[in-house]
Design a protein around this ligand. Structure first.
Ligand code: FEO
Ligand code: CA
Ligand code: CA
Length: 676
């Protein structure tokens, strides 16, 4: 469902993906697309996975490939692989069990009302687990070492399966039916949940009496602003003339954990929440205007896709209407720091980390005590960023909470020779000078995309998670896909035109110095079916027909430096005939580049980032938007889901319940480490 009045989208996730086209790189060729269509038509999906043939595997540097092998070395992961496929339920590898920890609407407090999908209100939602759980962060609780403190992002809402009685087909994107009361619920269902977990009979369950429990939402949590843009005129609105107090956080996708025990929630597709009253004609229909708005901020609006017009919050709340509050969009697209150990603390939006569609903000402590944050800007042809704090960590937690307030934001240029240069987004340096229209560091961070382009950053195939490994100095960059890349736009780091399936780049920080100006890079895998030559995939040949994947999105690194990759194919799952899932990927030795399927999600869902406990015996798996994406291609269902008629009612399978986004916990039945 989208408020764009654009009939191409059947739900928010599709609008999110389509919006990635905003940068000025439109194309329309379809050669590989044609092949994929022929190869992965519904017939092939029904037949199941295709056989894998041997492919060469790139073990060397990006520019110095290829050692073709015929056998391949088996993965170092010791579980028996799950079969790829798609149905209404989740599945986990043999020998493991998966339990539901928290579902949309579950109680977070002793006084939470029971969830009733037909009687949902904002007041109830503010005391319940939010919608579309994404990033999970875990903290140890000093006074209760057997328990965990869990933070969970609630990225967005899917009204078509949340609310009863929406008669317009989601295909029509008719937001007129979305009432003010529904919008209030949507806003309350966004944000972050903080919840203590305890183990009972070996299962992780919410402890609803914990004083740590908290709901942070889009509507009722005031946040402060720090860094170079705090108080800047472009952050000032009629409700906040100071430019330093912002209500709420939006579209929190992935995030990070700091070494001083705070939680980082990244604001991703914020542009979709803003709309305009201005209409224009498009293909004979009146649609909400997208281009040419913003007055003196027109270039910024255009580059950030503001207004996205996906939600009608602006119909009821002036601050989401850009005609009335043109600066409100500048107050989103930041990284928010939350202290989960103080339920009354004020979250902080750190403008030093730049404003863009932050997929995540993974944090690592450099050997010299500076703090490093890596972040991808999740849109086609956007960039990979790094922040290095100006100051170093100390024993004083309160002063550590100011480490993200000042530092150097840089953007990556991937050179053809296998090096990466980090280009500083610093006012007064290079092209970021008054002669080119740059007036302050505040402007540089507010318009980080424009500044990064001026510096010559490399436009990537939708950068999602950027995950560092403290032990090895490696950093893994998930590049989810970019079917808009033309043949003549290919480069060494984005080597495929019409990249439908994505790839993973491995960067190496020299001597594990994550603050260095120059890293090395190489491609770890190119995703997609290795048995279809036109796909151009690259895997260790030991990867089975079940083990390859498409559209890497989030990831985690385990204690052995191995990579766990979560996928998000959106509505394009039918191009692979398999649901999204969690895959175990070897990164070292002869098995490097081998992938095995560990867990898969129900139809219409996306696998979000895995989070391991410190002993690697439990992994928390957020399953987002079950029943929504691409259900038109789900054999036997073949229509868009609605509240009354969803493609799955996971996880309850109760006719009175809609599908509910949920966090799952997985463990080995015999109590070992996940993956061996
Ligand atoms: Fe929220 Fe980039 O996925
Ligand atoms: Ca994604
Ligand atoms: Ca995602």
């Amino acid at each position: 469902m989208s408020n764009s009045n654009d009939a191409r989208f059947s739900n928010k996730a599709e609008a999110f993906e389509a919006s990635d086209d905003i940068p000025t790189h439109a194309i329309d060729t379809a050669t590989i697309g044609d092949v994929i269509q022929q190869r992965f038509g519904r017939r092939d999906v029904l037949k199941g996975a295709l056989a894998v043939t041997t492919v060469s595997y790139l073990m060397g540097g990006a520019a110095s490939p290829v050692s073709a092998t015929t056998g391949g070395t088996p993965s170092a992961f010791d579980f028996s692989e799950l079969q790829a496929g798609i149905d209404t339920n989740h599945h986990i590898a043999d020998g493991y069990e998966a339990d539901i920890v928290l579902r949309w609407g579950d109680a977070l407090f002793a006084d939470s009302e029971p969830f009733d999908p037909n009687a949902q209100t904002a007041a109830r939602q503010h005391r319940q687990f939010g919608y579309n759980n994404d990033y999970v962060g875990l903290f140890k609780i000093p006074e209760r070492p057997d328990n965990l403190l869990m933070c969970v992002n609630h990225e967005y809402t899917s009204p078509e399966v949340m609310f009863a009685g929406l008669t317009a087909s989601p295909k029509d994107n008719d937001l007129a039916e979305i009432t003010a009361q529904m919008v209030d619920v949507e806003m309350a269902a966004h944000g972050v949940s903080v919840i203590e977990l305890e183990q009972q009979d070996g299962k992780w369950l919410p402890l609803i009496t914990s004083a740590y429990n908290r709901r942070i939402s889009a509507s009722n949590t005031e946040m402060s602003v720090d860094g170079p843009a705090a108080g800047h005129p472009r952050l000032q609105t009629s409700n906040d003339p100071s430019g330093r107090r912002i209500v709420g956080t939006l579209n929190n996708c992935a995030g990070g954990i700091t070494p001083w025990g705070t939680y980082l929630a990244a604001e991703e597709n914020f542009h979709g929440y803003f709309w305009t009253d201005e209409m224009e004609e498009k293909k004979g229909k009146q649609v909400r205007r997208k281009k040419g708005l913003g007055g003196t901020q027109a270039d910024s609006y255009a580059r950030y896709g503001v207004p996205g017009n996906w939600y009608n919050w602006g119909a009821y709340q002036p601050r989401f209407n850009v005609d009335k509050e043109p600066n409100e969009p500048n107050r989103f697209g930041w990284v928010v720091e939350i202290d989960p150990f103080d339920a009354s603390s004020t979250p902080v939006k750190h403008t030093a980390l730049g404003r863009f569609r932050h997929e995540g903000c993974e944090c690592i402590l450099n050997a010299d005590g500076r703090v490093i944050i890596y972040s991808g800007d999740d849109a086609r042809f956007e960039y990979v960023y790094r922040f290095v704090s100006a100051n170093t960590i100390s024993d004083d937690r309160e002063s550590n909470k100011r480490l993200l307030s000042a530092g150097t934001l840089s953007v990556a240029r991937f050179n053809p020779n296998g090096t990466v240069d980090w280009l500083p987004l610093t006012y007064g340096v290079g092209p970021l000078v008054p002669e080119n229209g740059w007036e302050s560091q505040a402007q540089v961070v507010i318009d980080a995309r424009l500044a990064a382009k001026a510096l010559g950053a490399t436009p990537m195939d939708r950068p999602e998670d950027v995950q560092p490994d403290e032990q090895t100095g490696k950093i893994y960059v998930m590049l989810t896909n970019n079917h808009k890349r033309k043949d003549d736009q290919r480069d060494e780091a984005n080597p495929r035109a019409e990249n439908h399936f994505g790839h993973i780049i491995e960067m190496t920080a020299p001597d594990r110095d994550h603050a260095a100006d120059r890293f090395n890079w190489q491609i770890l895998i190119k995703c997609g079916d290795p048995s279809v030559a036109e796909v151009g995939a690259l895997w260790n040949p030991a990867t089975s027909a079940d083990g390859w994947f498409a559209s890497p999105d989030n990831c985690a690194i385990d204690g052995d430096g191995r990579l766990w990759v979560a996928t998000d194919q959106g509505k394009h799952w039918n191009k692979t005939g398999r649901a999204d899932g969690l895959y175990a990927v070897d990164t070292t030795g002869e098995a490097r580049g081998t992938s095995k399927l560990f867990f898969r999600v129900p139809v219409g869902a996306e696998m979000c980032g895995p989070c391991f406990t410190e002993d690697y015996k439990t992994v928390f798996l957020p399953v987002q938007h079950p029943g929504t994406d691409g259900t038109e291609k789900f054999p036997g269902f073949e229509r868009a889901s609605t509240f009354e008629d969803p493609a799955t009612r996971w996880p309850d399978f109760d006719d009175s319940m809609p599908p509910r986004p949920s966090v799952v916990s997985a463990r080995k039945k015999n109590d070992g480490r996940i993956g061996g």
